[in-house]
Design a protein around this ligand. Structure first.
Ligand code: DGJ
Length: 724
């Protein structure tokens, strides 16, 4: 619900359990009054006051700058006295920077508008509020857009800037949202990592000054994640306060938590201002990516379930949310570049007998690519490898009763490619410098429309040429030297953002033209696993590391925000190709169970005993697939924290079914049975576990007895069913 109390000049946005409140001062500044548990009154202006009262510029004009530096500005602007971190800055055509935004008007409505050219959450009847702020002197109007998703306890926010000045100006900072909080929050939760080690959870203390998590890589990257949360100090998995922001954006971002001189905390997120300037002509509009914002008093498990419900209902392509995803086998770790049509068919033959649904042909099928140093951009089938062409191969795979999927890396160009030889100017490069290579490849200049159209044409033709039901869209290097020969000097700061817009345009065209295609995004593993990409692809390859122990930590961080059904999880070889760890085949499958499930190995070469386990693993996955895709996820114990074991469970929405996964990473000697306190069950329902009947409250408070497993890297999946 969205309420505007005209007498008090207060906006109140209510979800089922929370209230978000803003107020307009007598001068027209829009302040952030309150965010937290639901409150019933709009009589909250008092909470916006900054110390001595009345300390406002209209009463004490001599201290305007001191006011600006204290006031909890809803959308902080730079250059006019708020010295804390700002969200927006604009340089006018005389080179001056700074602005001052005041309330102009507002509008409450039910039909949410889609953000132009960018993914955003579907409205589906949720109430929205636009608050227009303006700077008359500059000639800028800034519209703050809020949509209230009541049942998920989520509010989305985005910002639109309109140039009303009659001249061009330059947006030099464009963050999407800010929150001003009291310091009853004391901790920060963020995700960090590296290649093969993505999205590990990090918890740190809020100190004076700023904590920043950011990316300048042209994508979120393996290293940081466009998410930030602050927590109350007592916050554990099930109790305590959490405020979280997740940005629906797949490029450079910054998320900041800043504790100021008055012990107040400001939290913000948006496009990174470094390598960003946007020239806005008079009359034009610039739209910023949307933020998913929430408060939960049920700690991180509460936050997670709000996010999961929200993603399933409003972000993921609706068609795929509950659809059964195919169990796939990908040939990357099976063959790398060393394959031909017969080898792929051999894998498919064996895989089809074992119950696998789809073969995905990974990197190396085009141009003359036999290593990672050539042919990107030459999206023509290598007929030396695939004799008789792609359709012939796909038909052979289909004849085995299997679907077929294919790999692309559309944003890249190899120096050793026909495309580069004919269009060297299509690669991003700083004028006069040799562009830097990474994985022996350059990045295409997607600010040029002819490049985007050309690449789309190639993808389109390949997909039309055979019965291809799945695409893995990869991106294997970060973007540097983001300069375009086709843009004028004052638009070079737009290249990074234009790349992201072109990426969205391409994926939009792809899913519109091929509505039945299953798109899986990927970026050297999970460097672009974000809300923006999930708008187009219901699943994303989570990491190049499928070692089940490492995956416990990667999946813990990923599932903190994103539904289990979005994570590409495969059973791979042992010793693991990345870290050499040797683990049991069934443990690898149990860890892959809470994802999209597939195989990343050569089924024709693995040991007979392992191959024989595959049908039962697939059967287990299919048994729980629907529950995992639609249920509530609860984290019970974290190997990252305790160094010994990991445990999580999924409970159906009606609380009649649940599945518990327990992985004993390090074995204990002479320990007593562990009591695992289950979560999310109905207290008063009776459940059958291991043929015994328990009350839900017993399982959640006294616990389920986990018998010790023998050996390291052991796992067990426990089924819990409501009795009768
Ligand atoms: C990185 C991906 O994460 C891998 O799965 C594989 O597709 C390679 N790229 C291929 O180059």
């Amino acid at each position: 619900m969205v309420i505007f109390d005209g007498d008090k000049r207060v906006f109140k946005l209510d979800t089922d359990n929370t209230s978000y409140v803003m107020g307009i001062t007598e001068e027209g500044y829009l302040g952030n009054i309150y965010y937290g548990k639901k409150v019933d009154s709009t009589d909250l202006v008092y909470a916006m006051r900054t110390g001595e009262h009345p300390f406002t510029p209209s009463k004490v004009p001599g201290e305007k700058i001191s006011f600006m530096d204290k006031f909890p500005m809803e959308y902080p602007f730079a250059g006019t006295g708020d010295f804390r971190s700002s969200c927006i800055n604009i340089r006018d055509n005389a080179g001056q920077e700074g602005l001052e935004l005041k309330y102009k008007s507002h509008n409450i409505y039910a039909e949410k508008r889609k953000i132009d050219g960018m993914p955003s959450a579907r409205g589906d009847g949720s109430m929205s509020l636009d608050i227009v702020l303006s700077d008359e002197a500059l000639g800028a109007e800034v519209t703050l857009v809020y949509t209230v998703y009541e049942e998920c306890d989520i509010i989305t926010r985005s910002v639109k800037v309109q140039n009303t000045s009659g001249k061009e100006f330059y947006i030099t900072k464009a963050l999407s949202a800010c929150l001003n909080l009291e310091t009853d929050v004391s901790d920060i939760l963020s995700l960090h990592g590296s290649w093969a080690r993505e999205r590990h959870i990090q918890r740190s203390k809020i100190e004076y000054g700023s904590y920043v998590t950011e990316s300048l890589r042209g994508e979120p990257g393996h290293q940081d994640h466009p998410f930030i949360a602050v927590l109350s100090g007592n916050c554990s998995e099930n109790c305590g306060d959490v405020y979280a922001m997740n940005l629906i954006y797949s490029g450079n971002f910054i998320a900041r938590v800043q504790k100021d001189q008055f012990d107040k905390v400001r939290m913000s997120i948006g496009i990174h201002p470094e390598h960003f300037t946007w020239k806005l002509e008079s009359g034009q509009c610039f739209e910023m990516p949307e933020v998913i914002m929430q408060y939960s008093c049920k700690s991180t498990n509460g936050m997670t379930n709000n996010f999961h419900d929200f993603f399933r209902k409003y972000i993921l392509p609706s068609k795929w949310v509950e659809a059964e995803r195919p169990v796939l086998i990908n040939n990357w770790e099976a063959t790398y570049f060393d394959f031909n049509d017969d080898k792929l068919v051999q894998i498919a033959e064996e895989a089809s007998k074992l119950g696998i649904d789809m073969l995905v042909m990974d990197d190396g099928w085009f141009g003359h690519r036999n290593a990672d140093n050539s042919s990107l951009g030459d999206w023509y089938v290598n007929e030396e490898k695939l004799k008789g062409g792609l359709k012939k191969l796909v038909d052979r795979v289909n004849a085995l009763g299997m679907k077929f999927g294919i790999w692309f890396e559309p944003e890249m160009i190899s120096p050793d490619s026909d495309l580069y030889r004919s269009h060297p100017e299509w690669a991003l490069a700083l004028d006069g410098r040799e562009p830097g290579l990474c994985r022996t490849q350059y990045v295409l200049d997607f600010s040029r429309h002819e490049v985007v159209d050309y690449i789309y044409g190639r993808l389109h033709d390949i997909l039309e040429s055979a019965n291809i039901e799945y695409v893995k869209w990869d991106m294997n290097r970060p973007i540097a030297e983001a300069a375009s020969l086709s843009l004028p000097a004052d638009r070079q700061g737009e290249v990074m953002h234009r790349h992201v817009l072109a990426l969205y345009e391409l994926q939009e065209r792809l899913v519109n033209d091929f509505p039945d295609l299953l798109l899986e995004n990927c970026s050297g593993g999970g460097a672009r696993f974000d809300a923006g990409m999930l708008y187009y692809s219901p699943q994303i390859w989570c990491s190049d590391n499928a070692d089940p122990v490492e995956r416990l930590m990667i999946q813990e961080g990923t599932h903190l925000i994103y539904p289990l059904s979005t994570t590409g999880t495969h059973v791979a070889d042992s010793p693991n190709h990345v870290n050499g760890r040797i683990t049991p085949f069934d443990t690898r499958a149990d860890v892959a169970l809470t994802g999209t499930f597939g195989y990343e190995l050569d089924v024709t070469r693995i040991a007979e005993e392992e191959r024989n386990l595959i049908p039962a693993q697939i059967e287990k996955y299919k048994k729980y697939r629907n529950l995992i895709q639609t249920g509530d996820y609860y984290r019970i114990a974290s190997f990252r924290e305790n160094g010994r074991y990991d445990s999580y469970m999924v409970v159906s929405k009606d609380k009649n079914k649940a599945v518990l996964v327990y992985v004993q990473v390090v074995t204990d000697s002479n320990v007593l049975n562990k009591k695992i306190k289950l979560c999310g069950l109905a207290s008063d329902k009776k459940y059958i576990v291991d043929d015994m009947e328990y009350l839900g409250s017993t399982l959640m408070n006294v616990g389920y007895i986990m018998k010790p497993l023998r050996g390291d890297f052991q796992s067990v999946v426990v089924e819990i069913n409501c009795a009768g």
